[in-house]
Design a protein around this ligand. Structure first.
Ligand code: NI
Length: 246
C-alpha cells in the first residue's frame, strides 16, 4: 500500500492499529552501458511495494536523490552531498515519527546512503528505525551467487539490472565485454561506494561498471530476485513491527 496513494483519513485509521511503515532509498546515477539511471530507486521501490502488499503496510515513495558524487562524470547522474542527504532523511524520519509511525523500516538500494543514514539515526526521537539493504538477505544472496558468482561485482550488478529488466526494459549492447575483475582488497576497501573523485572514477571504470557483468542479467532473474527480496523484507518488517520497543 502506497502512502502517496492513500488519503489522510486512511492513514489516520491505519495508525490506530499499525505503527509501521517502509521508506525506500535509492539513487539517480549511471549504472553502466545497459543499466538504467534510476536502477537503485526502481529496485528499492519495487521490493518495498511488494513487501508492503504482503505485510499490509504503508510504503513511502522512494527517496531517489542521494549521494553519488563519484559518478558525476557520467551524464544523467544527480548527487546530493552526504550532509544534505542526511538532513533530508532526518527530517523525513522526524515527520513520520511526528505522525505516530513508531517503527520505520528503511529499505535501501544504494551503498553510499548507508553512512549518512546511520549518522542521523541516534538523533531520531519517537520512532525506532531499522535500516536494511535489499541484498542483505541470505535468500537473495543465494540467488545472486547462483546466477552470477563473482560477476555480480560492485556496481551495475547483473542482479539490480535484472530487476529493472523485469519491471521496465532490456537494453542490449552486444559489443559489451567482460568488465575488469576486482581484487578482494579493492572490494574490501570500496564497500559502501567509497570511490574517488568523479574524473578518476570514470578513468578507472570507463563504462561505469565496477566489476559487474551487467549483460548476464535476464528479466526472469529479476522476477526471482524481486520475489525473494520482497518475501524476505515482508518477514523482516513484520518481525520488526511486532517486536516490543527496547
Ligand atoms: Ni545500484
Amino acid at each position: 500500500m502506497r502512502l502517496d496513494l492513500a488519503t489522510w483519513k486512511e492513514v489516520e485509521h491505519y495508525l490506530e492499529h499499525n505503527k509501521g511503515i517502509i521508506l525506500p532509498t535509492g539513487s539517480t546515477e549511471q549504472h553502466g552501458p545497459v543499466g538504467l539511471i534510476g536502477t537503485d530507486r526502481i529496485c528499492a521501490q519495487a521490493i518495498a511495494d511488494a513487501a508492503g502488499e504482503q505485510a499490509g503496510a504503508y510504503v513511502c515513495t522512494a527517496l531517489g536523490y542521494t549521494p553519488a558524487p563519484f559518478n558525476m562524470s557520467f551524464p544523467g547522474t544527480l548527487s546530493l552531498n552526504p550532509e544534505t542527504f542526511a538532513q533530508v532523511i532526518a527530517e523525513l524520519l522526524e515527520g513520520l515519527a511526528h505522525h505516530g509511525f513508531e517503527k520505520i523500516y528503511i529499505l535501501n538500494g544504494h551503498g553510499a546512503n548507508l553512512e549518512p543514514i546511520r549518522s542521523v539515526l541516534p538523533t531520531i526521537q519517537g520512532a525506532e528505525v531499522l535500516l536494511k539493504s535489499w541484498w542483505d538477505f541470505k535468500e537473495v544472496n543465494a540467488i545472486r551467487s547462483e546466477l552470477y558468482g563473482d560477476w555480480e561485482g560492485m556496481h551495475a550488478t547483473p542482479s539490480e539490472v535484472a530487476i529493472t529488466q523485469a519491471l521496465h526494459r532490456v537494453v542490449e549492447d552486444p559489443s559489451l565485454e567482460e568488465p575488469k575483475k576486482l581484487s578482494p582488497e579493492f572490494i574490501r576497501e570500496h564497500a559502501g561506494d567509497k570511490h574517488g573523485p568523479p574524473d578518476e572514477h570514470r578513468a578507472d571504470f570507463p563504462d561505469g561498471r565496477v566489476g559487474s557483468h551487467s549483460s548476464l542479467a535476464r528479466p526472469e532473474h529479476g522476477k526471482r530476485l524481486l520475489d525473494a527480496a520482497s518475501k524476505a523484507v515482508a518477514e523482516d518488517f513484520n518481525a520488526f513491527v511486532t517486536a516490543s520497543c527496547v
